[in-house]
Structure formats: C-alpha cells, structure tokens
Design a protein around this ligand. Structure first.
Ligand code: NAD
Ligand code: MG
Length: 413
C-alpha cells in the first residue's frame, strides 16, 4: 500500500536535481546514476570551478536550466559556446551563482560535491532552502558543525550522507538516531578505512613519497584532495568528525578499523552485541543511488559483490604514529569550538602545498599541528565566525610554509 502510494507520487512529478561540482569524481558518478533513471529525475543545474569543456559536454547531454562556473571568465567562455551551439542553458557565475543553483525552486535534491571549504556556502544555501541534500562535501559539515545542522533542522531539509562509510552507517542505524547513540540502543560505530597506499611503507620512507604515489589509491578513484587525505588518513579523521555530527556520536563511540579490502563500508554495534555491516563493491554509485532513491531502492549500475573473489576480509587497528592526521582530527573534535574549522583549513592549505611540490608528505601533519597551536579555537556561533576562523588559519598556514624552507621537493632535496 505504502509503495503503491510512493509509485503514484513518483509518477506525478519528475524530481529536479542540482549537482554542485558536477565535473568531479562524485559529480560524474551522480550523472551516471541519473542517466539510468531519466523517467524519475531531471537535471536543474550543473556547476564547476573552471573546466569549461567538461561542463559544456555535460550540459549538452543533460540540458539543465542553469550552468554555473565559479570563475566569471570561464562563465563567459561557456556562454559563448552555448550561443554557438544553440543551447538555452542560462549561465551564472561566482559564489552567488552557486548559491542560486543550490536554492533554485525547481531543484528538489542537491548533490553537494564541491571539494573543500568552497562548498560550504552553496551547501548551506541548499539547507536553508529545505532541499534534500546529498552530502559528499564532508568539509562543509566538518567546518561548520552545529550551524549546518541547525539550518537543516530549521528549514525541514533532509540530510543524506554520500560518503560511503556514513551512507553505510545510515543504512545500519535504527530509526530516530541523532541524540546520542545510547538513546537508540547503539554501543558504537565501527568506521572502516582502507589505510591508503602507504599502509605498509616503512615509516622512514613516508617523507619522500610523491603526489602521484599519494593519489594512487588502492581501491577508489577519487579527486586529488581526498586521495591525499586518504593517504594521510586525514580523510578518516574528517569522517570521524562528520559521523559525530550526523549521528549524534562522540569520538569515544567511534572505532576506526583498517580494512584494506574496502568491502565493508562501516558497521554499527548494538547494545546486545549485534554488529550490522553494509557491504558492496567499492563504487560510489551505490551510496549515490541509495540517497537518490531513499527510502526506495533502485539500480545503480554497480556489479554484484563476488564474495568468492573477495575470499577474505582483514581488519587492523590504525597506527597513530603512521597517521598523525587521524589523531589531530579526533583531538580537534574533542576540543570543540573552532578546532575542526582550523584543522580543515590548515589541511586544505597543506595538501595543496604538497600537491604543488612545496612540502613533503610528512609536513602536512606538522603544518596542521602548528595552525591548531596558533589560531585560537573560539566558539563557532555563526557563518561569519566559521569563515573568519577559516580565513585566519589559511593565512597563518601559508605564512608558516613560506617562512620555513620545508623539504621543497621541487629543488630535489
Ligand atoms: P573532485 O576534485 O573530483 O571534484 C570537485 C568538484 O568541485 C569539481 O566539479 C570542481 O569543478 C568543483 N570545485 C572545486 N573547487 C571549487 C571551487 N572553489 N568552487 C566551486 N567549485 C569547485 O572531488 P571529488 O573526489 O568528486 O570529491 C568531492 C567531495 O566529495 C569532496 O568533499 C570529497 O571529500 C567528497 N567525497 C568524494 C568521494 C570520491 O569517491 N571521490 C568519496 C567520498 C566523499
Ligand atoms: Mg569516505
């Protein structure tokens, strides 16, 4: 009966979807899933930083009402290309354009898949407008925490996690979660992590790893920033913070478990000792399809899990000496206030400096630790205070990098 009603509702109206960051790894996977369900969805807006050609091709195929490029120059180029090809998509630019795409009345769902702090304002705009937010952009939640959740609550928006671990936890959690795990009979969350490409590398060799090595993740194909975060395990640190906010947990209720096969995407342990796990091939189309279809289920294009090929599942405790960024993130969540905002901003600066060849891999944690010691973790009570802590941390971290002659791999040291 209920599913009949849902089907009737579905037939009435095609669901409008905005994808913030459509040219990235999550954005492309989202379009792949949407294409399998054209009868159910249409694309309202697609956005990108500066990749004109890629966004143009996507717009030609999906014909959104809006396309947004952060850079006004890139927006102008895109507009020109649309004119030449007779495409009627309207082009917007800048952060205001992103906010408009996120809050546009015809968009029912917003995939938040911009990488880093740049995604915060558009994601908040979607929250304020009461959308179903499919949250991939974990940095937005990490840096703004309670402020983000309050916007979601006040507008009646829905927040569905796309991060594979959080989507797994969401699938394993009982109804009514959000105000402490004990309340809903949950003992702890087991957050799985692959350990990245350097899980077995001798510690003394970590200093000399290159960006290309750091970006070669063993199980997932992702954007560069999250790939480096996976190698340092800052990604898991950000995910501990993300899980605390999403599920009303504290870091003490979350055990990070190294699981190199990335087949179990995370687990929930109940008070009676039951442990529920969500499993599947490591393919982001599963969590994306889950959040698009929720509370229904539909095809994602992901192959069935072949357990005979997987054959075994391994688990290890993470070594915090190898992964200092994980420790820094857990400590930041415990410290509260602006600590997570500072951690996130310093990490973004340090990861970019590593990708640019300006610092060594092992300097990433040192820079974050320095920023946390320098910027005061005052209370975060407004978007302005979040943006102020973010901006100050970026400045402090950049100055620190410029002042110190880090190992400067470019000069061959
Ligand atoms: P990506 O680098 O592949 O794509 C990022 C997207 O954001 C691109 O479309 C880019 O044009 C846009 N963008 C970048 N900077 C921007 C800016 N300043 N303003 C506006 N747009 C900008 O990244 P990704 O791997 O798709 O990751 C996106 C987000 O999803 C990240 O927060 C990441 O942590 C999260 N996530 C990704 C994966 C994955 O498998 N890739 C898994 C879990 C979570
Ligand atoms: Mg993840």
């Amino acid at each position: 009966m209920q599913s009949q009603m849902r089907n009737q509702k579905r037939n009435q109206k095609s669901i409008g979807v905005t994808i913030l960051g459509s040219t990235g790894s999550i954005g492309v996977n989202t379009l792949d899933v949407l294409e399998r369900h054209k009868d159910r969805f249409h694309v309202v807006a697609l956005t990108a930083n500066n990749r004109v050609d890629r966004l143009f091709e996507q717009c030609r195929k999906f014909q959104p009402a809006f396309a947004v490029m952060l850079s006004p120059d890139a927006a102008q180029q895109l507009e020109q290309k649309f004119k030449q090809s007779g495409i009627s998509t309207r082009v917007l630019s800048g952060i205001e354009g992103l906010e408009q795409a996120a809050s546009e009345a015809s968009a029912d769902y917003v995939m938040a898949a911009i990488v880093g702090a740049a995604g915060l304002r558009p994601a908040l705009s979607a929250a304020r407008a009461g959308k179903r937010i499919l949250l991939a952009n974990k940095e937005a939640l990490v840096m703004s925490g309670r402020i983000f959740l309050d916007e979601v609550k006040n507008s009646g928006a829905q927040l569905l996690p796309i991060d594979s671990e959080h989507n797994a936890i969401f699938q394993c959690m009982p109804a009514g979660f959000g105000n402490g795990l004990e309340d809903v009979g949950v003992r702890r969350i087991l957050l799985t992590a692959s350990g990245g490409p350097f899980r077995k590398l001798p510690l003394e060799k970590l200093r000399d790893v290159t960006p290309a090595q750091a970006c070669a993740h063993p199980n997932w194909v992702m954007g560069k920033k999250i790939s480096v975060d996976s190698a340092t395990m800052m990604n898991k640190g950000l995910e501990v913070i993300e899980a605390c906010w999403l599920f009303g947990a504290s870091p003490d209720n979350i055990q990070v478990v190294l699981h190199p096969q990335s087949v179990i995407h995370s687990m929930v342990e109940y008070a009676d000792g039951s442990v529920l796990a969500q499993m599947g091939n490591p393919d982001m189309r599963t969590p994306i399809a889950h959040a698009l279809a929720w509370p229904d289920r539909f095809e994602s294009g992901v192959q069935s899990l072949n357990l005979f090929e997987v054959a075994r599942l391994d688990f290890e405790e993470p070594d915090l000496q190898r992964y200092p960024c994980l420790r820094l993130a857990i400590d930041a969540m415990r410290a509260g206030g602006a600590s997570s905002t500072i951690l996130n901003a310093a990490n973004e600066i340090a990861v970019q400096a590593f990708l640019d060849g300006d610092i060594a891999f092992t300097d990433i944690a040192n820079i974050i630790e320095y920023a946390l010691s320098q910027v005061s973790a005052t209370a975060i009570d407004s978007l302005q205070s979040v943006l102020a802590a973010d901006a100050l941390t970026r400045q402090v971290s950049k100055e620190y990098i410029n002042r110190h002659s880090f190992s400067a791999r470019k000069s061959g040291q």
